[in-house]
Design a protein around this ligand. Sequence first.
Ligand SMILES: [Zn+2]
Length: 695
Amino acid sequence: MTTASTDSPRRAASATATSARPTAPTAPTRATAPTTAGAAAPTHDGPVAPARPGATALRPLRHDAVRLTRGFLADWQRTNRDGTIPHAIEQLEASQALNNIRRVTGEHEGEFVGFQFADSDVYKTLEAIGWEAGRSDVGDLLPFVDATVDLLERAQQPDGYLNSHYQVDKPELELAPGELRWGHELYCLGHLLQAGVAWVRTTGRRDLLEVGLRFAALVDERYGPEGAEGVDGHAEIETALVETYRVTGDERWLTLARRFVDLRGRQLVGPDPLGYPYFQEHEPVREVREATGHAVRQLYLAAGVTDVATEAPDGDPELRAALERIWTSVHEHKMYISGGVGSRHRDEAFGDAYELPPDRAYAETCAAIADLQWNWRLLLLTGQSRFADEMERGLFNAVAVSTSTDGCAFTYANPLQLRTGAGGGGENAPAGRQPWFRCACCPPNLARLVSSLHDHVATTTDADLQLHLFAQGTIALGDVGGEATTATVTTDYPWDGTVEVSFDAPFSGGSVALRRPGWATGAAVSVDGREVEPALRDGYLVVDAQESPVTTITLVLPLEPTVQHPHPFVDATRGTIALTRGPVLYAVEQADLPEGVTPEQVVVPGSPVVTVAEGDAVTGPRLLVAGARVRPAGHLPLYLAEPAGSAATDAADAAARPTAEPVAAPGDPFDLVAIPYHRWGNRSAGGMRVWLPTS
Ligand SMILES: [Zn+2]
């Protein structure tokens, strides 16, 4: 298949105009790599590379176009490369995930260890290294990659089947219809394909993808248009198949993905457990009204549906309308202020609208990652800043909180309050970060996201550049910027609100659009030293460079501390406030409280004075709240009885009763210190809370 240029950051740019709406199915515009194993030319795409001309409002840049050099995101990528990924490789041995596969080849004897989807931990780690291979030297990791791909090739059956749990323990049930409910066979295949896709895109290496394609062909035979009807109990294969279509150009994978989307909602995996929509199987995707059930399943499905709609010849307005309803439900009714989702521990599920208890927040790390991946797809599709805003919210809070500063310990659930003395050490109620989990979905999921973080920073259209995430580094412009070939972004965001974008030669392409975050009540822009008032379009401040080329654009975002109030329907946080500064959510942690004061005792004024104070390398900038008081530390009954109506009639008697109201305590007032929520739990044990009761 012929292709538009695949080695330009604006490859296929001529086909990106949103007005171009082909009426007939069209083939992908990117290179189709040869079908032989081994290496071909890399396509240099990152995660999500829309194939249909005109499918999306924005186009991703090349995977190697953005280089993060310093600051929050660059540090995170470095920690991921040097800490998380080598740690994950060690843990794949320690957790027996690799030995599970060696059981298939006869190189290991013993029981299968872990959950039936443990193979996916291996695949996600391979995917992380695949993205990493496009941005750093992974020579030291290649022995692991080569040995693992070799192992997978040898473990794969001649018919293409590959799943270490089924092959040894349940061979007679491989891909049996009844197994799709809990078996995760297609889920694991999805992660295998995504790992293969990453390697093809960044290096041209195809052997891992070939393993996935052989298995996918078997699945297509069993469950494709000529096969049985079925969907996997855990969505994931849908988005993986569309990405596979995008790198291979083979329509079969897109057709299979669309089939899985269209078949969902017919109870093919059987009734939902407990009688509520756990599997998103209760109604067809096109009729969905709200986000339901297992949060990661819901969000992976939404990402897959977005991919299918993106590649549909007409953009599938019906699917897009359903996606809009799910998005609104998630982001306007069911999301924590951290960007975490899934408020129910039971079944790791979405709760009802406004059911957002901070101490019982489940907010699985994978769900926050999935939401980011989904919002990236919607951002590309629509060009609207609200999707980038949600990416940013999750990134700096719900996702970042899940990793320790050394990148080698993790949370699975991410509550917004941990009570003093909470002893939970498990996955569900963490009192601190853990090196790994028996259900280890989250850590390697983080690794694959972070190694591709830079892909989410900027995009292009024909001659325009859009900046979505603010991070110090360089952006190779290819032929986007007229004379300019490189943009250099200088900033200490999110700690400092100044973002300078300078071009090595005047940018005269089209326009430069800078996201004005939803939290930013004001933003100042200057171009080459002159203050300007750029047009606001889709949430972006658009600097037009066509008539007068620009060399430097400076965006100044207000980073004053902000007080956040919960929606009145969120009963669990009524009467509290939270503190934010820019995109960063803050929390109060035991380590910063005066001797004898716990987070439960803290009370703040309803409209507190908040100042910014320097922090250290662990905490980052801190916030100080003036006028903090403490609740009584002595004994109080759990419930305080008061005769109805007595307050007005018998004030003297009421005054003599114990009260739950805050009272002055020795040592106060004190400056209450808040640190970025994502940094809690890195210094010492103890309680933490985001929402602070007001006096
Ligand atoms: Zn997870």
